[in-house]
Ligand binder design. Sequence first.
Ligand SMILES: NC(=O)c1ccc[n+]([C@@H]2O[C@H](COP(=O)([O-])OP(=O)(O)OC[C@H]3O[C@@H](n4cnc5c(N)ncnc54)[C@H](O)[C@@H]3O)[C@@H](O)[C@H]2O)c1
Length: 254
Amino acid sequence: MSLTGKVAIVTGGSRGIGRAYAEALADAGAAVMIVDLLEAEGAATVEAIRAKGQQAAFRVVDVSNLQATEAMAKATADEFGGIDILVNNAAIFASLRGGPFSEISVERWDRTMAVNVRGPWLCIRAVVPYMRQRGGGAIVNQTSISAFGMPGMLDYTASKAAVIGMTKSAASELGRDNIRVNAIAPGGTATEALSEIMGGDLSVSEQRARTTQLIAEQIRPEDITGTLLHLVGPGAKFITGQTIVVDGGKYFLG
Ligand SMILES: NC(=O)c1ccc[n+]([C@@H]2O[C@H](COP(=O)([O-])OP(=O)(O)OC[C@H]3O[C@@H](n4cnc5c(N)ncnc54)[C@H](O)[C@@H]3O)[C@@H](O)[C@H]2O)c1
């Protein structure tokens, strides 16, 4: 599948799953604007993509900020000529610690919601006028299997459940503009963030994958990119409003 001539924005693309998404889109031929708060990692990702002769740029953007997201869309269109694809991947995740919901501070709740829920909405708002100019587009929102319920991190799970609702509502409003909106819900995926949450030890996650997934292996970022490429490509022309779970069959085993 070729995305040659397409322009994509990947939020939170400096590292982890977002970086894998950005690299996969560039490998498929898209020009990629990576936005994130992490500048050094973002620059390194752009360098790795450009080293392969592909097109990428980086911009510092706080996705929870209205003006910053509008500037992001304009800068992308100025740099690459338009916008066809938005991947709403940025989220507060690594800094969150598990624990009873009663111990989550109101400040943490508000910031998690601002980035994980307001962020994707603002990015959709900002890019849709540019997608309309191109006659359509594809938006993929990153949710998580934790959206379906798990103990601890109630603010995070609520934010990721909100993303599923947003995906369906945005799909209903944007279908007539030929803009498709879908979501990906990965299971535990080996990233720096997951490692930070696990106190620097990914072996707990690896063990969990072996015992709780039908496909009993640790998921890595590059294992999810095929789903993204399908959802943004022509093969998914009639797929919209869906959440695709990529968890190795975890929910069959509990
Ligand atoms: N790793 C997993 O196990 C897993 C599982 C399911 C879903 N997810 C989701 O996948 C996505 C990526 O996760 P990851 O494991 O790569 O974690 P990560 O923390 O490395 O990725 C999140 C990225 O978003 C950026 N970001 C945070 N706040 C931002 C803001 N306000 N504006 C712009 N960028 C911001 C971070 O700097 C980071 O680069 C997240 O949405 C996460 O919730 C992860």
